[in-house]
Each structure stands twice: as structure tokens, then as C-alpha cells.
Design a protein around this ligand. Sequence first.
Ligand code: BMA
Length: 806
Amino acid sequence: MNEVSARWVGACDWEYRTTFQVDPELLHEERIDLVFEGLDTVAKVALNGQMVGTAENMHVRHRFDVRAVLVPGENHLSVHFGSAIDHARSVEREVGARPGVGSGTNPQLPHQMIRKMACNFGWDWGPQLVTCGIWRPARIEFWSAARLHDVRPLVTQADTQTATVEVHADGEIAAEASGVSLRCVLASPDGRVVAERDDDWSGRPGGDPIVLTVDEPRRWWPIGYGDRPLYELRVELVAADGRVLDVCEQKVGLRQVRLITEPDTRDGGGSMVQGLTRGESFHLEVNGQRVFCKGANWIPDDCFPHRVTPQRYRQRIEQAVDANMNMLRVWGGGIYEDHAFYEICDELGVMVWQDFGFACACYAEEEPLRSEVEAEARDNVARLSRHPSLVIWNGCNENFWAAFDWPAFEGVYPNGELTWGLGYYLDLLPRVVAELDTSRPYWPGSPFSGNLDRHPNGNEYGNCHIWDVWNHDGDYRNYLGHFPRFASEFGYMAPPNWATLDRAIPKDQQHWSSEAMTLHNKQKDGIQRGLERLADSHDPPDRYEDQWFIAAIEQARAIALGCEWFRSLSPWCSGALYWQLNDCWPVTSWSAIDGDGRPKLMWHATQRFFRSRLLTLMPARVTPSGVEVERLAAYLHNDHAERWRGRMQVSRMNVAGQLLDTKTFAVDVAPRGVQKWELSESWIGEADEFLMAHIDGEPTDNRAWWFFGRDRDVEYPTPTLNYTLEETDAGQRLTVASDVLVRELCLLADRIEPSARIDRQLVTLLPGESTVFHVTGDRRLTLEQLTAPDVLRCVNGLQAMVPTPT
Ligand code: BMA
């Protein structure tokens, strides 16, 4: 409950003070700047009692001239922060109140009236902890003649023969310095100079770039499509007398990105799924190669973002890569992340979809906000344009959709009188991108359908967010009623892992709707909705342990179904980014990784459904009603550059273990292709039946399953499990064998040891099969601990809720 007791912090003004010494020698430099990489947010900066600057935007860098104020010896710096809440309210009075949502169960605050990370005011997964302070590094720069500010190496073209890098160097000339020139040297990843040029330099943004041409470039590719060679760019400012005045070194990835939006020339746009009509493509192409974007949405990884170190970014992004993702969408209600985030993405080949900072609200286009918005767009486009991983700029999160038809936004569009941000998304932001960054596309919104004549969240055009499944329709099989061109959000809630709950929620409050659990579930009606979802397929149990397990399993199944279906729609669909990868604190949310960095069961499911070679059983055609499936088909997804050949076996069985039918097919999937085998209607089975498909030579993890019944209606057999525990150099191996079908076996070892990590979860075994769990952590666990009732669990036995392993 600490969130509530800390809320007063955001309502106060704060002052930060420090004293520092200056070496008199340094005062010989012509210019002295006090530089803040980030001030959060409404600040007045004074040096030695004199005001040197003000700030009202968390998302921009600030530079204040302190030449006249700085003294040799002792100096006193103070930064006074006004309450961000008061500031937002006063701007609201000035420009007029506007609708905004997002804060979930937190008290509603006008987050859109200040340029500060919106979710700091609380979100439907985040606490309301309105921060204030110096959140990124600060320093004093002493310099003479000229300095570099941002270097934007824009890769405007990259094919197999040549790549073009336009080096734009923005900076400043101190006084009368003339004859300053710019020298650019580009070296290949193995250190060979491949391009080099000198030119005059005006220091002004918008000046002519230095154009470097690289022959036979080694191109940067997203993970799964090729390597990620990074070239080294060195840019020097050189004075007339040959002195080097400033240097900037950066890594450059040579790649070309395009967003292809073209009308379909045939029904379904080439998809194997029947029943699709026509619309317009929406896909990203990197180096001329179409990519299917597999990933999730990224939110600030901590409610106090300064705590997110490069190591933590790496851990989180590696978790995304280990789950076979190739894209993260940095969502607009958070922050423009640190370079470290994008550098790791550059290195690992994770494409970044970057939103501008607008989410779920109407944004005034008048002053004092307008200039801040422009400054912020310019600053961040200039700062981040060097990263090859950043493949698309996006105007806003859900603001078109909200203006079109969200109840709280009634009267905003088309005939409303107040501005709501349209001019930002369709004019200001694309203008800034066109001026400063010609190396990647811009798209006005997520979702957006290409023009204002169409609903922004349709299936046939642009990208879409699918929220009616979790929020309204219930049964997650309704994902099958959607056929997006690019699904940039869809989510299903589940609680955090046990060790995370234990840290944050007292034991006696670990139940579905205790006071603490309610505070740690921020969706309006989230508690109730979660219970309704539990009831979709089960008779909800009383014990929280059982509710927890069902919620975690259902989240994994729901998002697996959505992602496998959207992949099956390819090439009609070209992206599945679920909501959301991470959390910023311990909370019941839609995340795959909880607030303490522990993967949920859904993360383990992600490893399978985002595999580059995936076998899945899905409907043969679009089912507008969602749940009713008339025919199934096996789809093989081959995201490799080589063909996928083999023999596929599809079997119809019942949960008692009887084989009812089986078929084999010769498989030959084209590189980067999808192949489909339709099964006859007679393969639609009874509630206690299921289909299983497998390809010779593929690991058993890559089997596809389709269970016809809801758990409530299926009598899974009671397993007699056999266990063996072995010690290994890395940790422990638990082998589990079963005599009967076991559905979704999980080892929830963090219940007994918070540091425990398990390599796999959700393992379905046929009668007579076994599986091995690798356990690592700070402590060895006993067989008894690992096989205790709430630790080793499966779906069998859920009806009775009596754990039955022997
Ligand atoms: C969408 C997102 C977020 C939100 C999520 C869950 O609206 O863009 O704003 O957290 O759904 O409701």
C-alpha cells in the first residue's frame, strides 16, 4: 500500500541543491554550458543565486548558458521543481479541459496537460507516483570555437552494391570562429576505412550533409534475417589551424526500411486463410525483404525510470529475444528510452517501433504545449535517428480511435471545437521527421487506417488494437474473429509470479480481491473482469492458488491463439505485437514478464508461438463469429531463408489416450513462406478430443495442439507421475514421466525459492511420455519441494482442484 502513502510527493514543490568547485583554468574557454539530459519536469535552475534557465518538458535535453554566472572556486546550484500536478492543472485552465483516459483505477489527473511520461500519473497497469527530479545525467561543458550537438547518420539507401549515409552534423559555433570543417570517417566492422570526406561546416541543422557511399556494404538485418554488422563513424570538427575541436563516434547499421501500404490486387492479399476480402497492405520491408514483426509492447521498465540501468535493459531485451521476438513497440505513454535501450536493440537485431509521447487523450495544440511538443519531437528524432533498430516513428497511441468513438471523447471529432492533437499527428510530427530523419517511415497512429474516412481500428487497413476480447467478448477464441493487417496491441491479464507477489503482497492478502491485490490491479473493473475470464472455461475455484494457475494458463493460451492466428493470416497480416512485454512494479497486468523481471507462463508460451519454424492448428477460414470453427487446418510457418521439408503427422485423439485417426503429409514450405493443409469437417471432434500435429525431426516442443472442449467439460485423466531428480553442473534436472495425457505441466519453483529459474513450462505429454525441467537458482531444492502440490501442476485435476501426483 506504499503507493498511497507516497502520493503526497507529487503534490509538492521540491528543491535540489548542490555545491561544486570550478578550476579557474577552465574559465578561459569561450563558452560554458550547464547541460541536463533530463529534468522532470517543471524546473527553475539557478546558479549562485541567479536564474539561468527554466524547463517544462521531461522528454528534452536542456542547455543553459552559464558563462556570466559561473565563478572560480565554489559554486551553488539549485533546481526548483514545481508540482507537476499543479502545473498540469494550471495549463488545463489556460487551454481548456479535454478528455483523457488511461489512469485506470487511480485518481484521474490531466496527464496530457504536461510533457511528462503519462503513465507517471497512473495507468491501468501502473501506480500513480508523480515524480520530480533530475532524472538523467547533468554536467557542465566548457568549450571554445565550435561543438557538435547531434550527429545524424541517415542511411537513405542500402542495397547489395552500395549504401548511402548522409551525415548531418548539428552543432554550434562559439563566436567568430571561421573556417571550421567537418571530417567524417566510416570504418567497416573489421576496422577498414570504407569512406572518408571533409567539408566546410556551418553548424546549422538543415545544412548540407556529408554524403558517404559504401561499396558492397555489409547490411544490418533484424534477428532471423541476417547479421547485424555495425560500422564505426567518426566525425571531427576541425579548426582552420587543424586543431580537432570536437569528436563524435557512433555505430552505424546500413539498412533501408520502408513501410509498404498498397491496395490488394486479389482477395486475401496472398493469405492461405479463406474468407478475407481486400484492403491495403501494411508491412515493413528491411533491405527489400518483407518482415513479419513478432513482439510485444514495451512500457517503462520501472515507475522510477532512472533505476533502469543498461544491465536491466539488456536483461529485459534478451528476454524478448529468448522468446523469439524481433520487435518491441516503445509505447507513447512512457518515455523515449535511453541510448542504451536502442544500442542493445541495434546489437541484437530487435526492431523498434517508436511512438511519440501521446497516449489515450486529447492533446491541446495551443501554447504553452505546442512549442514543447515541437521541441520534444526535434530533440528525440535528432537524438535517436542514428539507431538502425529504430524502424518506424509513430504519432500517437489510440488518440484517433478515442476521438472517433470512445464514449469519454464524445463531441471531439469531427465537429468538436477544441484541438485534440490531429495537427500534431498529421502535420507537425511528420514535418519534423521529414526534415530530420529521412531514413525510416512515419505513421500517424497506433491504430490508424491510412486516412480519416475509415475507422482507425479496422481490420483491412493499417494497424489495429484488439481489446474487445479481454474487455468485452470474454472467450479468447474470439481472436479468431479478427483479421488484422498488423496487430500492434491485444492483451490478456494474469497475476505476477508467486515470488513477486510474496515480495509485494502480505501472505494474508494474497487472494483475488484483497485490498492490496486490488491496489495492484489498476484496470477499472479489472478484478471483476479477471473473475469473469476465469469463468469462461472453468467453474472458478475458491483457493487463490488455483485461481492464479487458471489465470496464468488462460493468459498463455489466449495470447498463443491470437499470435498463431495472426501469423497464419500472413502475408495479409504482417505483425503481432501483444500487450505487453514488461511491468513497472508488481501488478496483475497483461505482461509476459512481471515487475520483478520473472517470466510468466505466457512468456514460455511465447518461445513456442514466435518460433521461426512454427507448426500450428488453426481455422481454415475467417470465422466472423470467432468461436465457431467449421474446419481446421495445419499451417506451417517458415521464417527461414531455406525450405522446410519433412513429414507431418496429424492425429485425432481423446484425452483417455485413444488414437482415433491419423494422417501424414509431405511438407515442403518455401523460404519465408506459409503452407496450409486443410482437414475435413469430420476432424472437428467432441469435447474430450484433441488434435496433435508433429513434424519428423522437430523437437516435441514444436508440436501443435487443438483441444475441442473447454476444461470445464473435459474429464482429464488423473496422472500417476514418476519423477527423477539429478544434480548437474548448472543446477538440477527434474524428469517427469506420465502414464496418461498430461496437459500443460508447469513447475512453479519460485513458490519455494525466489531465485529459481525453470527452462520450460506448459508441457503437454501424451501417455507414456516424459519431459525434463532444468532448474537453476541460488539453492538446491529437494524432490519433495519440487513435486509439492502447488509447485508441480498441470491442468488435469483442475476440476477437482486436488493435486494428485504420487
Ligand atoms: C491500450 C494501451 C494502453 C493500455 C492497454 C491496456 O489502451 O495502449 O494504454 O495500458 O491498452 O488497457
